[in-house]
Design a binder for this molecule. Sequence first.
Ligand code: FCB
Length: 445
Amino acid sequence: MLMQTKEQSSLSKSDFPTDFIWGVATSSYQIEGGHDADGRGPSIWDTFCKQPGTIADSSSGEVACDHYRLWEEDLDLIARLGVSAYRFSISWSRVQPLGQGPWNEAGFAFYERLMQGLASRGIQAHITLNHWDLPQALQDHGGWLHRNTCNHFVRYALEVARRFGDRCASLCTHNEPWVIAVLGHELGIFAPGFKSRAMSIQVAHHLLLSHGMAVRAMRDAGLRTELGIVLNLSPIYPASDSPADVAKAKIDDGLNARWYLDALVQGKYPQDVLDHLGTDAPAFTAEDMRTIAQPLDYLGVNYYTRNFSSTGNPWDVHSTGNEVTDMGWEVYPEGLTELLCRLHQDYGVRRLRVTENGAAFKDVLDQGVVDDERRESYLKRHILATQQALKQGVPVDAYFAWSLMDNFEWASGYAKRFGLVHVDYATLARTPKRSALWYQHFLKG
Ligand code: FCB
């Protein structure tokens, strides 16, 4: 049994503003399946999963949670939780199989059903345009390394905005551009699987540029919906007091956080990071930087843990003695408060949103019950951490738990379970876990 602190047991929804947005989040490739249904084209994740050795359990998102067929049941689950909002992403290659050229009406019809299903249940839709699943056909033309992909992205964004823009609560351009750039193009452990730092940083620039271009185009088209972007951010501490570790932590924070934030908010890249990159620095113009820095209605923050930087052996795990999740990530809710306060102080973004927060644990389904006490505690502690930031005057107005249900966790396959709802991948049966029942209870007030 975990010990509940006094704060945890007194946690109450009524301590938050009445219009605070409570939600759950998912993404297309992780839950939809239906990989070739109704004319969907392949994405870079379909291709990547086929390469041997890329996914821990050699699986893919071909079927995933089969949300493409079971969406109605899933919307009922969401409604039963009592959340006010659902954050999901559109699979670009489902609605435009080649990433350019003709739209796939059957693909759009799926999202139309979803939008109507959410509206009829009184749940806000928060749409992400790019949660990593770039159409493979665009990758074949160079993907995010190729500047022209930005133009294709703008056309896709405008089409989604035209169809759903005034019916969704927010539109997010990209989810975690750092992950696409670094895990996808520098470390090669995510799609499309390249290993070049110069490539990675050019990709990061194009993602930011396409964000700015799309936001500007959607606003020029008259869209009034809130527009934003979602970053994965963690406080980064030096692993020791040594000057080398302190310097490493500063540059790691530059590469992970300031690179994106300075560009988005101030229209410039941090000079120390540019110096550090040297010849790997990307090609960009002053005009690009002005485009990137479009006013943001909100900044989404995905927070899971904090990080430590060290110049020592990269395989040495820095252990703090705190609890870790099944991903090996330290449970550190204080980091969320710290991060939100820093974003407010350093960048003064109009509105902040916790767009993902959650934990993987080794869940056991036993006679219809998943007793995931540790996830329940994780959620409570992070909701409290969000409340702490609010109390300090930070304009945070939303919290989305990751994830509605267990799903395809990228290179980790299906072994890592982040869901509030358990998914039996053999039968596709959904079973709300104890954490889901707690969230429901909390949301009832
Ligand atoms: C984030 C991703 C999300 C999920 C969680 C665990 O980086 O945005 O899709 O995989 O991590």
